[in-house]
Every structure is written in structure tokens, then in C-alpha cells.
Design a protein around this ligand. Structure first.
Ligand SMILES: Nc1ncnc2c1ncn2[C@@H]1O[C@H](COP(=O)(O)OP(=O)(O)OP(=O)(O)O)[C@@H](O)[C@H]1O
Ligand SMILES: [Mg+2]
Length: 309
């Protein structure tokens, strides 16, 4: 494979389950070493897309290449070179942490001292040392998730695919998983993940595809998406009078205006400056929030809905 060819590429990729069109023609291409994320709400088509990539389900139409090969023809060869963290932890609760890793290693033909060495390294990498003999059912949710990540690395994969790596974890456990994934990315591993946490996407991903109802609505670096679909800052006016009448007098400070429910979102370069200007004009909002814009705003502006429901 040529060094510049993408490790995953999709063109007009679709998946239909009976009457449900889960993925409606998506295009993307992921270079080696990138952390690429699909950000979207429940039912957006994230898992379906991941499952087509990790050769769990067949696509309905379109093109898909993973590590230069077509999953429709070369699933076995592709799977040897992938690490997969599925949405649900599929680990044997009755086995110990170490037994789970050794069993999984055996599926890749890795056994004996080599498997033990690899397991020890991975337990250390994911901060699970000392838990070798614990039964999976006894360890915390955060540890289970880290064990599934350790297991996915057993075959030294070229791409690590993670479907919602931190959903359901408490904030501290989530931070630890982010730290581990950040280290893997820094080590040069290609990461492909799905999430509905905008902070997860913003922290980890070089590029993000916003996916909704089976379509990619926007794709770019978090910075590009925020610049393009929001602005650097946002001033939220809650339960305030309509500020649009002042538009002419704001000297172009507001670059985009949205209203959702009782909140007006004024996207701007500098929310404090805008607030000062509004007050100078005699407009004093009863309640407001001045903050930097996030991928959450991008999602809201693109879909009219909130990411976290
Ligand atoms: N096996 C299946 N049979 C029928 N419909 C399915 C199947 N799997 C998923 N779907 C439907 O396809 C659509 C996309 O589902 P998918 O699981 O890919 O979404 P998702 O983005 O992963 O959502 P979540 O955040 O809830 O995991 C949904 O409407 C879902 O109900
Ligand atoms: Mg899913």
C-alpha cells in the first residue's frame, strides 16, 4: 500500500436494515496516524458505520476500503489488523482480567510466554496492573472499558476502532480513558471513534464528522467546524427581549444569530465586548452566559437540536 493512501475510505456508503436507511451515502477518508471521530446523537448511524468498517456487517451500496482492502472480500485479513472496542463491553464476566486477555490473544495465534508478556505490557499501559486475578464482574465500569481497550490492542493493530469509548463512565473514569487514548494517538496509532460527547471529540480528534440521520453534515477539524458553523464566542441571552432590533448598532460584532427555546445565541468574536456594547445601548439582559463556542454549538446550528438529550 502506498504510504499516502488513506487507511479507511468510504464513498457513497450506505446501509439499509429492512425499511430503515441507517447510513445514507457518506464519504470520508482517514489518513494513517489520525484520530477521526463521528459525533452524533442516538440513532445517527455511528455504530452501523463502525460495524461496516470492522467487518461485522455488510454494506448495502457504495465503496469502502479498509487498509486498502474491501471488507466484502477480505474481512478475515482486515480483522487481523484491526483493534475493536464495540459499543457494549463484550468480555466474559466470569473470567479474570488476565484470562480475558490471554483468551483473546489465542484467537490471533498468540500464546504462551509471548501472550503473557503482551498482556502484562497492555495491563500496564491501561493502568490495570494488580487487577490480573480479579474477575471481570468485580471491577468498575471504567476498568472494564480499559480492559476492552487493552484487549483490542492485543494483536498490535494498525487501526483502533472505538464505538463510544466512554459512554456511561463517570467523569473521572472518562478522563483516564481520554488520557490513555491521547497517549495511543501520540504514539502514532490511527484511532477511529464515535461519541456523543462534544468534549471527547474536541479533545481527542484531529478531525470530526458530524453525523445525523445517516448523513455527514459537516467534516473538519474542531477549530474549522467552530469557525465555520459558529464563531469564536457566544453570548447566550436567556429570557431576554429580542436583541435583533439592535443589530444595526452593533458594528458587525454579531456574526450569527440563533434562537432555541427561550435562549438567543449571539455568535461573535468576543462575547465580553458584545455584552459591553449591548449595555452601552441600554440593553441589559436579565440572565446571560458569555463563553467560547464549542462543537455543541456547531451541532445545534446544523441540526436545530442539542447533542446531549
Ligand atoms: N440490526 C438492526 N436492525 C434494524 N435497524 C437497526 C439495526 N441496527 C441499527 N438500526 C437502526 O439504524 C439506525 C442507526 O442506528 P445506529 O445503531 O447505527 O446508531 P448510533 O448512532 O450508533 O446510535 P447510538 O448512539 O444509540 O448508539 C437507527 O434508526 C437504528 O434503530
Ligand atoms: Mg451506537
Amino acid at each position: 500500500m502506498c504510504a499516502y493512501s488513506p487507511v479507511v475510505s468510504a464513498r457513497a456508503l450506505t446501509k439499509r436494515y429492512g425499511q430503515t436507511q441507517a447510513v445514507r451515502g457518506i464519504d470520508f477518508s482517514i489518513p494513517a496516524g489520525e484520530c477521526f471521530g463521528f459525533l452524533g446523537v442516538n440513532g445517527a448511524g455511528k455504530t452501523t458505520t463502525m460495524k461496516m468498517i470492522y467487518c461485522r456487517i455488510a454494506r448495502t451500496s457504495g465503496d469502502l476500503l479498509v487498509l486498502g482492502r474491501d471488507p466484502a472480500r477480505d474481512a478475515v485479513a482486515i480483522k487481523q489488523r484491526l483493534g475493536v472496542v464495540a459499543q457494549e463491553n463484550d468480555i466474559d464476566p466470569e473470567l479474570t482480567v488476565l484470562e480475558n486477555l490471554l483468551l483473546y490473544a489465542s484467537f490471533f495465534g498468540i500464546g504462551g510466554a509471548q501472550a503473557r508478556r503482551r498482556a502484562t505490557e497492555l495491563l500496564d499501559l491501561l493502568s490495570l496492573t494488580g487487577k490480573e486475578r480479579a474477575q471481570v464482574k468485580e471491577i468498575s465500569g471504567g476498568m472494564k472499558r480499559r480492559l476492552v481497550i487493552a484487549r483490542a490492542l492485543v494483536n498490535d493493530p494498525e487501526i483502533l476502532v472505538l464505538d463510544e469509548p466512554t459512554t456511561g463512565l463517570d467523569p473521572q473514569a472518562r478522563l483516564l480513558v481520554w488520557e490513555k487514548l491521547g497517549a495511543l494517538r501520540e504514539a502514532g496509532l490511527t484511532l477511529l471513534l464515535t461519541t456523543h460527547y462534544m468534549e471527547e471529540a474536541a479533545r481527542l480528534c484531529n478531525r470530526v464528522a458530524i453525523i445525523d440521520e445517516g448523513r455527514i453534515l459537516a467534516l473538519g477539524t474542531p477549530f474549522e467546524l467552530i469557525e465555520r458553523f459558529a464563531a469564536a464566542d457566544v453570548l447566550e441571552l436567556i429570557d431576554a427581549a429580542d436583541a435583533s432590533a439592535l443589530h444595526e448598532q452593533l458594528d458587525g460584532l454579531v456574526v450569527r444569530r440563533e434562537r432555541h427555546g427561550d435562549t438567543q445565541y449571539l455568535f461573535c468574536r468576543d462575547s465580553r465586548e458584545l455584552l459591553r456594547r449591548l449595555r452601552d445601548l441600554g440593553f441589559d439582559p436579565p440572565r446571560h452566559v458569555a463563553r467560547h463556542a464549542t462543537l455543541e454549538d456547531v451541532f445545534l446550528n446544523l441540526t436545530g437540536r442539542e447533542l446531549v438529550e
